[in-house]
Design a protein around this ligand. Structure first.
Ligand code: SF4
Ligand code: SF4
Length: 375
């Protein structure tokens, strides 16, 4: 085992391979507060990449309701149980990661779902924690709550799938950090399926190989955001790249949200994979649940997000989500607008901080037509 630095847990940790960061790391921010669970992202991915034989059960992108939704069944609670109680201390994590907790003969602590665990991808949808009594939803955090968690492969800096593969079939591209399975090398041992804590590698029983989210790399190579991003109805997603914290650039929107404002957090950072999909936590869920899921920064992130309406920079940047199909490499606020640009500064999109409101007359005199149903 090598020693590598994982900034999300604030310490060095054991990993199967030496530290080797890509030249640029694909990353994304998902704003949970805006997801409406329409599953358009799920279908956009399904129809693009997993409509073939043997892929019927696969959802490279899925959206589940927390706390009772899971795909596959109990993916997170089962692993947390296996890992046992661990603690964060002053923002760092001295507890065991999945690599450090691996049993003898294994490279990663994990478990392999059974076929039926994938059979109910919408289990727990819209199920609330607690009863809904009169007025209970008027206070934040809500006494009764649930939220939608959209999930794709995290294209981790320290992928458990890659570490576990005995054939060396899984690789991380040096140019963008996207994690792929070499279909020629894979022999279908499914060590990756067992090792990925997020359960985002899938076994195809017809080809006998493992498959996973490819971050729509043919699009990303052309500066375009992924299918599940550009089709997102709630405009919750922003794709780009992330720098390590010591070289964060505030003009990079992902760096700004993750490193500068610390409003977007990784999913289960304590597992040790340094995942690269970051979530703006929901403002209405209990702090203890968010702490377990997103680490000790969750409460501060919620406070920052709640203040965003009066914060022209953060509020403006959040307005760029879902506004262009191109990858926004740089951003800046320019007066009453926020501008997204290519890395070379070429403007891609300009969004007003405050959307103008136009009120039409009920009856349009010029065209002699009613503009509302009941003039
Ligand atoms: S989320 Fe899972 S499949 Fe994706 S890179 Fe990380 S360990 Fe591998
Ligand atoms: S398309 Fe967007 S809003 Fe709809 S479920 Fe997916 S992430 Fe949520």
């Amino acid at each position: 085992m090598a020693r590598v630095f994982n900034w999300q847990i604030g310490r060095q940790m054991a990993y199967w391979y030496p530290e080797s960061r890509p030249r640029r790391q694909f990353a994304a921010v998902f704003d949970i507060n805006k997801c409406i669970a329409c599953q358009t992202c799920t279908l956009a991915c399904k129809t693009t990449w997993t409509s073939g034989k043997g892929q019927e059960y696969m959802l490279w992108n899925n959206v589940e309701s927390k706390p009772y939704g899971f795909y596959p069944l109990r993916w997170d609670v089962k692993l947390l149980q296996l890992l046992g109680a661990q603690e964060w201390r002053e923002g760092a994590y001295p507890g065991r990661t999945l690599f450090e907790a691996a049993p003898a003969g294994k490279r990663v602590l994990g478990w392999r779902p059974e076929e039926r665990d994938y059979a109910y991808p919408n289990v727990g949808e819209d199920d609330c924690d607690g009863r809904i009594d009169g007025g209970a939803s008027l206070h934040v955090p809500h006494a009764s709550w649930f939220f939608y968690l959209a999930r794709i492969c995290n294209h981790c800096t320290y992928p458990a799938c890659l570490a576990a593969c005995p054939r060396g079939s899984i690789y991380k591209r040096p140019e963008d950090g996207i994690v792929l399975v070499d279909q020629e090398r894979c022999r279908g041992y499914r060590e990756c399926v067992q090792a990925c804590p997020y359960k985002k590698v899938f076994f195809n029983p017809l080809t006998g190989t493992s498959e996973k989210c490819i971050a729509c790399y043919p699009k990303f190579e052309q500066g375009l955001q992924q299918q599940c991003f550009v089709n997102c109805i709630g405009k919750i997603r922003l794709a780009g790249s992330i720098s390590p914290p010591e070289s964060a650039r505030p003009e990079n929107p992902i760096d700004y949200l993750v490193h500068v404002r610390k409003v977007a957090l990784p999913l289960f950072p304590q597992l040790g994979l340094e995942p690269n999909v970051y979530y703006i936590p929901p403002i209405h869920a209990p702090a203890s649940f968010l702490h377990q899921m997103f680490g000790p920064g969750a409460e501060a992130a919620v406070r920052t997000y709640r203040a965003a309406a009066a914060d022209q920079d953060l509020g403006g940047l959040l307005g760029l989500f879902g506004c262009t199909e191109r990858v926004v490499a740089r951003w800046q606020r320019a007066g009453d607008s926020v501008v997204g640009a290519e890395e070379n500064g070429t403007e891609i999109v300009r969004v007003p901080l405050c959307e103008p409101v136009f009120v039409r007359d009920a009856f349009d005199q010029e065209h002699q037509i009613a503009r509302v149903n009941c003039p």
